[in-house]
Design a protein around this ligand. Sequence first.
Ligand code: SF4
Length: 328
Amino acid sequence: MTEAETPRTGKRVLLANPRGYCAGVDRAVQTVEEALKLYGAPIYVRKQIVHNKHVVHTLEAQGAIFVEENEEVPEGATVIFSAHGVAPEVYEQARERSLRAIDATCPLVTKVHHEARRFAAQDYDILLIGHEGHEEVIGTAGEAPAHIQLVDGPDSVDQVTVRDPEKVVWLSQTTLSVDETLETVARLKQRLPLLQSPPSDDICYATSNRQHVVKEIAPECDVVIVVGSRNSSNSVRLVEVALDAGARAGHLVDFAHEIDDAWLTGARTVGVTSGASVPDELVQQVLARLAERGFADVEEITTADERLTFSLPQELKRDMKAAVAARG
Ligand code: SF4
């Protein structure tokens, strides 16, 4: 249907931009795809490569096998570590099993690992703000377990104990709510006025940009639909941010068919966005479903221009080059 033919229903969609894939997710998914091409199936992937059902199922169909731990990978096979990062002991286990390990950890997560190691080497107490049990937090904490304690949001601040209040630093998971983290830090600083901040933001550009644009559109929205999986931290945060910023309702869906028509009853403006691990085809399917229900008028609201890309892991690039050279 052309724009001229689109019926004017008074209903509209505000489509957030930036949304969806970030540089780290793009790199991690490409890592699995290129490894499948280079080494052939199966390729083992420790944990979900990124937290998105559709991505995981698509890669499974191409020959990726997702496992929870290295011990499920046959000796000598290829294993890829997910974008969320792993503790040093996981590399060690891979060496012991003679696995060919390819590390798809996002470089922005690796940066937080480096900070953790550096401050631990200087004997700091490190307060890691993050969600208990999240893979990224487990990986980062594993860099220096004796120095790191988890702070899971503002309500956990009272449980913090440190050895020397003059030698404490906070770091964070990359996919947190920016506003909630600021609140946690403010409360920590009330208790520990000399608390140091990370050398640069740990919450990554993709997380902040996606939250920022949702804050812009949410006050105008009767409902905000976030495309993303329930175990995706940054997707779940987008629903919370939308509600905090004034959206009257917010829902997380993996797929368009999960949209309940009751959510749209009486709505004039629907906001749409997606988490950093979501391919845009899933958003397009959501837009198509909304169009069928009278929400064909889509206005894209852009608040940032993202151009960051990351190159593939060195170990994979090296083998890709060698394969090209061998073919002559
Ligand atoms: S959300 Fe941020 S930290 Fe996570 S993979 Fe994407 S760019 Fe990296």
